[in-house]
Design a protein around this ligand. Structure first.
Ligand code: NAD
Length: 450
């Protein structure tokens, strides 16, 4: 295995170096598109690193997968049994870390792919965590607050032995928030004693950290700013389109506007809007509109467009910040931005990625672009363990430092090897996890069995 010369860390063990590079023909490929995307991204980097087939198999296979039934008494007295998951992909570099999602699309394949992404993301930004993901297949918009709470608590009651501050630390993801994290904290602590470090993105009153709620979107803006700086530009005057105006999209929009960029169009699940005339959208007013109406649609003064038009708008930067698979082979050819910043996880399919690369569009990959949230979660975890409270300016200063360091490492590898930012990000991340596995002995064991 070729070790990365450009990273300032020790080389891989000799045991690994003896293995011939092979294409990843043994790593499992799930049936879903996101699993295929993760596999594609992994394989490109694994080939660059010269990982053997058994090394790839070890690194890609989740450490632990749990599928559980979550019975919930509904408000009308009936009983429903939801299906929940918790996938712990890797704990090689520290406790597993990853969000919990409530969404109808949640299934084992999606959870596996998203858990794996977390392993590479925490490794890339060099925080001492592994990767995990969990969720419940449900439509939370059809559940009352009481039903949501009972569902969350039942889920935790069935996995509490597998999670915890030094095993696996959940956080929010799509359709979960600080309140859900507070229920998790309460349910876990009722069995294990008060344990604020068992979950992150909690309310401030329960040990949450200032700036965490905005950190993913803020981080998207910070990484974009660093990228533009490397190209001799700033955010000032950049025309930006954002798909998805939830936590990530709206906070990214606020950061970019604050630093001189112009948000010209945004979309959500209900539709999209384009600023009219030469005036960009006013982000603060738009956030208020969404809080009042539940959607960006109908924002006064803006023109309604559909979601396909949004992707194809002429602009400098496109930020997919909704769900997976936003950019596919069907629409990647329509993109007219010169930079894409992946606010969402796995928003670009493998086929779309090839098209964008051929078209020389810079893609700042999800591993890097949306890592701000998990970095702030790491700060929160350390704050909880040390019983301290960080001020907001320290959180944001440190957030920028971690992201900039990761961005520069990715850029250096990409330029040094003439590969994409995505390949470079995965390559650095996989290399770090592989070295941790080797030092812990798992790689040798895997090789001996192969
Ligand atoms: P959210 O639920 O707050 O917002 C999602 C937004 O996407 C909403 O505006 C929704 O209307 C929109 N959307 C959903 N389906 C859509 C569709 N088909 N077309 C257009 N818009 C659609 O979620 P979030 O927390 O902002 O997360 C967004 C993405 O970022 C997800 O992929 C998530 O995994 C990823 N992410 C989130 C965080 C975090 O800290 N919240 C961290 C890392 C990655």
């Amino acid at each position: 295995m070729q070790s990365l010369q450009v990273i300032d860390t020790p080389k891989l063990s000799k045991v690994q170096a003896l293995h011939e590079p092979k294409v990843s023909d043994t790593a499992s490929i799930g049936g879903t598109l996101v699993a295929q995307t993760a596999h594609h991204n992994f394989s490109l980097a694994a080939q660059q690193l010269g990982l053997s087939a058994d090394q790839q198999l070890l690194l890609r296979t989740p450490f632990r997968e749990v599928k559980l039934s979550v019975p919930v008494q509904m408000d009308d007295g009936s009983l429903r049994v939801f299906t929940g998951y918790r996938i712990q992909h890797s704990g090689a570099r520290g406790p597993a870390k990853g969000g919990i999602r409530f969404h109808p699309s949640v299934d084992a394949g999606e959870m596996e792919a998203l858990a794996e992404i977390m392993t590479w993301k925490t490794a890339l930004v060099d925080i001492p965590f592994g990767g995990a993901k969990g969720g419940i297949a449900c439509d939370p918009t059809k559940l009352s607050a009481g039903e949501l709470e009972r569902m969350t608590r039942r889920y935790v009651s069935r996995i509490h032995r597998l999670i915890g501050p030094f095993r696996d630390i959940p956080a929010p993801d799509v359709n979960t928030n600080a309140q859900v994290m507070a229920w998790i904290l309460d349910e876990y602590s009722s069995r294990h004693g008060y344990s604020p470090a068992c979950v992150t993105s909690k309310p401030i009153e329960l040990g949450g950290i200032r700036g965490r709620a905005a950190a993913t979107g803020t981080g998207v803006g910070m990484v974009l700013e660093e990228h533009m700086k490397a190209r001799g530009r700033s955010l000032s005057g950049l025309r930006v389109v954002i798909q998805g105006f939830g936590n990530v999209g709206s906070n990214a929009a606020a950061f970019i506007e604050e630093h001189g960029g112009e948000i010209i169009a945004v979309g959500d699940v209900n539709g999209a809007i384009l600023s009219s005339g030469s005036r960009p959208l006013r982000v603060h007013d738009l956030i208020e509109h969404v809080q009042l109406t539940g959607s960006v649609v109908g924002f006064p003064g803006a023109v309604a467009i559909d979601n396909e038009e949004l992707i194809a708008l002429p602009c400098d930067v496109l930020i997919p910040a909704a769900l997976e698979n936003a950019l596919t082979e069907n629409n990647a050819g329509d993109v007219r931005a010169s930079v894409i910043v992946e606010g969402a996880n796995l928003p670009t399919t493998a086929a779309a990625d090839r098209i964008l690369r051929d078209r020389k569009i810079d893609v700042i990959p999800d591993l890097l672009a949306n890592a701000g949230g998990v970095i702030a979660s790491y700060f929160e975890w350390t704050q909880n363990l040390q019983q301290t409270q960080w001020p907001l300016d320290k959180v944001n200063r440190q957030l920028r430092a971690y992201l900039n360091r990761a961005y520069r490492a990715v850029r250096k590898v990409a330029e040094g090897r003439d590969i994409s930012l995505r390949e470079a990000a995965w390559l650095i991340a996989i290399d770090r996890v592989a070295r941790a596995e080797a030092l812990r002995g798992a790689m040798r064991t895997g090789n001996a069995r192969a």
